[in-house]
Design a protein around this ligand. Structure first.
Ligand code: SAM
Length: 283
């Protein structure tokens, strides 16, 4: 779908784009091809697409995968897509808010790949919601605001490292990313975008109960980036237990959480998860 085709569809359908729905449509064929090839699709793949818009990515997904489930919030776009793809048996279109669908229907996505150009406003909540499910997609290939992409793939001590990096990387191993300049979209967003590729870890680093605890530790430890992690964690865990965990993991008592690796957060979770004593606010 070229830029002029996009403009024509929008003007013929009298569709005014809605900024709050992140309606910046990708018209650059090279970038669309790059996204699809990053997903390494085969005819047996099932793909979840969130926010198909006018369907430029959907066309390629349908051509390369076995089944595509696309969830679009904007009724006008759903009506357009229903006509455009009428008779296409591989595609199921759902008119709904994808975040609500994910929260409401706790389905098993483990046999699926997420390939999407996510709306900026809900991209992080959608990815975190998916990453916290028991059955998570085997692969995520998604376009995001470049700053969000950098936060997801960041490592300890990087400027962008934080809660989002840790929550996503607990379940996913980042494979890389590429920049998509804003001129590739219509209308052009104020910021550049990036497509990230995440592979599900072959085995979970923590069990579901430990994962909940990991989230609480990470959120507390990174609640004030400039403060020492030990001081922050003392609000929830007894200082003796923390001191021995820090010593066992060779983490300095003065360390700030932004320097602590995913591996150390995982190990800390396992140690703090043994026994049930807590201090301060109950977990
Ligand atoms: N995939 C298209 C493309 O690449 O050109 C459109 C991508 S556009 C960045 C984001 C799309 O997500 C829009 O079509 C918008 O209407 C839709 N959208 C926004 N919020 C949504 C939500 N909560 N659930 C489902 N779709 C949503």
């Amino acid at each position: 779908m070229t830029l002029s085709e996009m403009r024509k569809i929008l003007s013929e359908g009298d569709i005014q784009l809605t900024k709050s729905l992140g309606q910046n449509f990708l018209h650059d064929q090279n970038q669309l091809q790059k996204i699809v090839s990053s997903a390494e699709l085969t005819s047996s793949d099932k793909v979840l697409e969130i926010g198909p818009g006018l369907g430029p990515l959907t066309e390629l997904l349908v051509a390369n995968a076995g089944e595509v489930l696309a969830i679009e919030k904007d009724k006008r776009l759903v009506e357009f897509l229903q006509k455009k793809f009428s008779g296409e048996k591989k595609l199921t279109l759902i008119h709904d808010d994808a975040l609500e669908v994910l929260k409401r229907e706790k389905r098993d996505w483990s046999g699926w790949k997420l390939v999407a150009n996510l709306p900026y406003s809900v991209a992080s909540p959608i990815l975190v919601e998916l990453a916290e499910m028991p059955g998570i997609p085997e692969k995520i290939v998604t376009t995001l605001q470049i700053e969000v992409a950098q936060r997801i793939v960041a490592n300890a001590d990087d400027d962008d490292y934080g809660i989002l990096s840790l929550l996503m990387q607990l379940r996913y191993d980042p494979q890389g990313w590429f920049k998509i300049p804003s001129v590739c979209f219509f209308p052009e967003p104020d910021v550049d975008s990036a497509c990230i590729v995440l592979n599900r870890r072959p085995a979970p680093l923590l069990n579901p109960e430990e994962s909940e605890l990991f989230k609480k530790i990470v959120k507390r430890a990174l609640s004030q980036r400039r403060k020492m992690m030990l001081k922050l964690l003392k609000q929830d865990w007894p200082k003796e237990k923390l001191a021995s965990a820090f010593a066992a993991l060779n983490i300095s008592v003065q360390e700030r959480a932004e320097k602590v690796t995913l591996g150390d957060f995982v190990a800390l979770t396992k140690i703090l998860g043994t026994g049930s004593e807590t201090a301060g606010t109950p977990l």
